[in-house]
Design a binder for this molecule. Structure first.
Ligand SMILES: [Zn+2]
Length: 287
């Protein structure tokens, strides 16, 4: 049940950890830019007045405040923020600690995902591994967005559904079997159906429409009804653990809006990394 064993930490593994961490930091930097651009688009504020593109994939990175185009030395994950002591080089305005934290979080999740990987890194397994890293990028972006603005934007959720569906299709074709397709469809249907029911029953008061759409993606990623139940269980466990000190401290009333997204995403991430082992352990114990 250990997430990884210490004997695995050979030189190769350490090199891999460093490489994966660096990729994670860079992807975290991308997440920051992506979330900010989506938010600007969502608010309908285009940077056309300054002739700068706010497209998600094109255009140089800029300071959110003075919109000065950033140079390469301003874009080194974590280190730039530290060396500038959290201020913009051009306008001296403070840069949120969110930027290095999101970079570190993405790097850390990449490493955890790698250390928890029990399969090979070739063929279909390598494809799954890369899909996993893409999901982590989506998860961090969605969690940050939901945490800050209580919203899971369609521009992130719909592509995630598409990517997850493509993994199911690729796997089915590769294995020449409909088993994965069937299990994922039932898992996604269960997750989506449950949330859609809650949404309808509460008139959208208990959970938002974004959560319902996200459930479809997370169900596909979890990959089976049992793993969906596990992901939901872990999500509610984390949610409870996080909200106890908040409620006890009087910071949040029970009725206050709490973003569900980050918990659902965390639950699915745990299942992505340890789901197979947890399910095997559970079926070995009780079935
Ligand atoms: Zn600036």
């Amino acid at each position: 049940m250990a997430p990884f064993s210490i004997y695995k930490l050979s030189d190769t593994i350490i090199t891999m950890i460093i490489v994966i961490l660096l990729y994670g930091l860079i992807c975290g930097s991308f997440v920051n830019a992506l979330v900010w651009r989506l938010r600007q688009q969502g608010k309908g504020q285009r940077a056309k007045d300054k002739g700068q593109s706010l497209s998600i994939l094109r255009g140089r990175s800029m300071c959110p405040d003075c919109r000065h185009t950033l140079a390469a030395r301003d874009l080194v994950p974590v280190l730039s923020w530290l060396s500038l002591r959290g201020r913009c080089r051009y306008c001296q305005k403070p840069i949120s600690v969110q930027y290095p934290l999101v970079e570190l979080l993405t790097g850390l999740l990449f490493v955890v995902f790698y250390l928890g990987w029990t399969l090979s890194l070739s063929g279909l397994h390598l494809i799954w591994f890369l899909y996993g890293l893409v999901y982590v990028v989506f998860f961090v972006a969605l969690a940050v967005y939901d945490f800050k603005w209580f919203l899971l934007p369609d521009k992130l959720v719909f592509p995630l559904i598409g990517v997850a569906a493509s993994q199911v299709l690729v796997t089915s074709l590769w294995q020449q079997s409909l088993g994965v397709l069937w299990m994922s469809a039932v898992g996604a249907g269960l997750y989506f159906g449950l949330f859609w029911g809650l949404y309808q029953a509460s008139d959208g008061k208990w959970i938002g429409g974004g959560d319902v759409k996200l459930a479809l993606a997370l169900g596909l990623i979890a990959g089976s009804p049992l793993k969906v139940m596990l992901a939901l269980f872990i999500a509610s466990l984390i949610g409870t653990l996080v909200s106890i000190p908040q409620i006890a401290g009087g910071k949040h009333g029970l009725k206050q809006h709490i973003p569900f997204g980050p918990y659902l995403l965390a639950g699915t991430f745990v299942v992505m990394v340890w789901g197979e082992r947890l399910v095997n352990w559970y079926t070995g114990q009780f079935l």
